[in-house]
Design a binder for this molecule. Structure first.
Ligand SMILES: Nc1ncnc2c1ncn2[C@@H]1O[C@H](COP(=O)(O)OP(=O)(O)OP(=O)(O)O)[C@@H](O)[C@H]1O
Ligand SMILES: [Mg+2]
Length: 298
């Protein structure tokens, strides 16, 4: 018979082990960032949000999946030597192509090679899947920067990821195009929820007002829950930082835009994910999606 003291000892000794198991099993969040209209600030949001998340202690990897105009590295002032293309060709490993930015944020440069996914040989596909799977142990959060609009490749990334962040500005055309993206997402059953960031607002009230209307319309007509992450003010520090090829959050940490991004990072971490598929789920869905439409990968 086990006495009470023995039961307690067992309970206490089991706690650290359980924690270890939980830590090992932590599944990375895979989040695609997109917009309806181009130039609304996706890349800027991805980089600065990644750094804000890193400052919260998260290991963040950015995948640059803007197939036409990959430019994460340009904004961050780092020049990549190799891309995923070299991984697919078997010339480099993922670890060899990844570059490290501020606060240890890792960047997979200009993933223009992903366009070729549909036409990969079996060996190339295996190589890519295997190397992307290594991200599972490397990242707490994988942020994917895409191009704007409704291209097949953008939709593939949107549907492959567990979470979707849509960026818009307060401009009516940007809002209409953002709604267009969310409509396609809802109608195709890709996600039941989406997250929204309103960039380049005059003030917080403007962002909140846009988000409120957006959420109501999405709920009413699309039965989609829109979760508001927050707004980023239009801020000259952002423009100045872009010119200096540095993230505004590190260059001007006290700027309004930097404060906004830190608030967005905190809000993002507050929102939990139901049944995350992690990198494994992401990679298998992405390859399946892209393989479905070999000629529309742009
Ligand atoms: N909060 C802001 N305040 C002021 N200017 C901003 C802000 N956010 C973005 N910008 C400006 O908008 C420009 C475009 O931003 P960015 O390249 O991030 O957009 P994008 O959505 O990634 O564009 P693309 O669709 O071409 O990929 C930046 O170079 C910057 O000058
Ligand atoms: Mg961009």
């Amino acid at each position: 018979m086990v006495d009470q003291a023995e039961q307690l000892r067992r309970l206490v000794s089991a706690v650290p082990q359980q924690r270890k198991i939980l830590r090992r099993k932590r599944i990375p969040r895979v989040i695609t960032v997109t917009s309806g209209k181009g130039g609304v600030g996706k890349t800027s949001v991805v980089i600065n949000l990644a750094i804000a998340l890193a400052l919260l202690g998260k290991r963040v990897v950015i995948m640059d999946a803007d197939l036409g105009l990959a430019n994460v590295d340009v904004i961050i002032g780092l020049v990549p030597v190799n891309t995923l293309h070299d991984v697919i060709r078997g010339k480099k490993t993922l670890t060899e192509i990844i570059i490290t930015g501020p606060e240890g944020v890792k960047i997979i440069p200009g993933a223009s090679g992903l366009e070729e996914l549909a036409n990969l040989t079996g060996a190339q596909r295996e190589r890519l899947i295997e190397s992307l799977l290594s991200l599972e142990d490397m990242a707490d959060i994988l942020l994917i920067d895409t191009g704007a609009g409704l291209s097949q490749s953008v939709l593939s990334f949107v549907s492959a990821a567990d979470e979707l962040i849509v960026v818009t500005t307060s401009e009516p055309t940007a809002i209409t195009d953002a709604y267009g993206i969310i409509k396609v997402v809802a109608k195709n059953g890709l996600h039941r929820k989406a997250k929204l960031i309103v960039n380049q607002v005059k003030n917080s009230a403007e962002g909140k007002e846009i988000a409120e209307r957006f959420a109501q319309v999405s709920k009413k007509f699309l039965d989609l829950e829109l979760q508001y992450l927050g707004e980023i003010c239009s801020d000259q520090h952002v423009v100045s930082a872009v010119k200096q090829q540095q993230p505004f959050i590190t260059l001007y940490p006290r700027a309004k835009a930097a404060q906004n991004v830190r608030a967005i990072a905190a809000r993002l971490m507050d929102l939990s994910v139901e049944k995350p598929g992690g990198v494994r789920g992401f990679v298998s869905r992405l390859t399946a999606m892209l393989a479905q439409s070999p000629r529309s990968g742009t």
